[in-house]
Design a protein around this ligand. Structure first.
Ligand SMILES: Cc1ncc(COP(=O)(O)O)c(C=O)c1O
Length: 365
């Protein structure tokens, strides 16, 4: 049976990648800030329209290093409605996650719930731009400012997203991107930290390379977070194709919206509010009016070869290692628990065919 997965990585033409490989084979410069790494970092900052980018081997490592770079201590206010790496990165820094609820429509952290979670130990707010939808950055920024807190956005889903004033990655102290194979823009595995301050970028770059400032000077107990030349070359090549890939995704998003209208019990995502969205996910929400449960629909689709995914279920706060954390109680997170029980992300990727979209829509109908 022809299986339809929730996403399929976009791959550039192989013969074009082979040209990059030939260069790598000749130079034997495989990693450690090689020429493709340097070119990709510059090209990416330009494409994203941000001051500084530091490339990483994946976004989880970038999240871990981001907190080290800002010398975060104590408690981190974050969201339970995310991929586990968001909370895991807090634990890997021996910090304490504190969960606050999400906004029903955006699925991002609800800024009105943040202040009540702040304690004398809080030092960081770490929201997630879920599905590439931008958090209420004005409200979150004001709280961070008022209380003297740092803010790191997990922007793993927000490659290329822009609002009227520019890239959404400009908000907060740092933003983290993921270039994992499942993301809009991929380098097989990969990630980046975006920042506005050259001194913080320098510290990030030391930290991702064992703390080396030069051949003999080690200024921090860093780690190995470097992106290698194979990934960087692939990223450079991908940049030539990303705009077309995003516009193909946009067409699929529009088609879903048109065909899935007015089905009792199926709530569609609000129209994306950014000037330039990246159409990274297409979540639908199965409410009690639907004729079967969300999980029954998920199983039915699987049975028909369609692998929709329940992003994000289970909630991080309901996982055994987080269920005892501050804020994890279901009564504290009613919206996140509701949304996690209703969500189903439908397949979306640039070459998803019209026939496959129709098949998926028929299954939902
Ligand atoms: C919101 C979020 N944060 C972090 C990550 C981790 O990214 P990576 O797989 O590049 O480590 C992901 C996805 O993989 C994600 O969806």
């Amino acid at each position: 049976m022809n299986q339809i997965t929730v996403t399929k990585p976009f791959m550039p033409p192989l013969d074009e990648y082979v040209e990059y490989l030939k260069t790598i084979w000749e130079s034997r410069h495989l990693t450690n800030g090689g020429p493709f790494h340097e070119q990709f970092e510059t090209a990416l900052a330009e494409y994203l329209d941000v001051p500084y980018v530091s490339l990483f081997n994946n976004a989880t490592m970038a999240l871990i290093v981001a907190m080290q770079a800002l010398r975060v201590q104590g408690e981190v206010i974050t969201t339970p409605y995310s991929f586990v790496a968001t909370a895991h990165s807090v634990i890997w820094n021996h910090l304490t996650p504190v969960f606050v609820d999400i906004d029903h429509d955006s699925c991002c952290m609800d800024p009105t719930k943040i202040e009540q979670a702040i304690t004398p130990k809080t030092s960081l707010i770490m929201p997630v731009h879920v599905y590439g939808r931008t958090c209420d950055t004005a409200a979150i920024g004001e709280i961070a400012n008022n209380y003297g807190l740092r803010c790191i956005y997990d922007a793993a889903h927000s490659f290329g997203v822009r609002d009227k004033a520019g890239s959404v990655l400009r908000h907060g102290d740092l933003s983290i991107l993921s270039f994992h194979a499942t993301k809009v823009f991929n380098t097989f595995e990969g990630g980046a930290i975006v920042c506005n301050d050259i001194n913080i970028k320098k510290r990030i770059d030391y930290l991702k390379n064992f703390g080396f400032a030069n051949e003999t000077k080690i200024v921090a107990s860093g780690i190995n977070g470097k992106m290698n030349e194979l990934q960087a070359a692939f990223g450079l090549l991908q940049l030539n194709y990303i705009d077309d890939a995003i516009s193909s995704r946009a067409s699929i998003d529009h088609l879903y919206r048109e065909l899935l209208q007015n089905i009792p019990g199926v709530r569609l995502p609000e129209a994306w509010d950014s000037e330039t969205h990246n159409y990274s996910y297409f979540p639908i929400f199965i409410t009690p009016e639907y004729h079967m449960t969300r999980d029954d629909l998920y199983e039915k689709m699987r049975g028909a070869g369609v692998h929709a995914r329940r992003y994000f279920y289970p909630l991080i706060s309901n996982m055994p290692m987080y269920s005892g954390c501050a804020g994890s109680k279901i009564t504290n997170l009613p919206v996140a628990n509701k949304v996690a029980s209703e969500v189903l992300c439908l397949p979306i990727y640039p070459d998803l065919s019209y026939e496959h979209v129709l098949k998926i829509v028929e299954l939902v109908k």
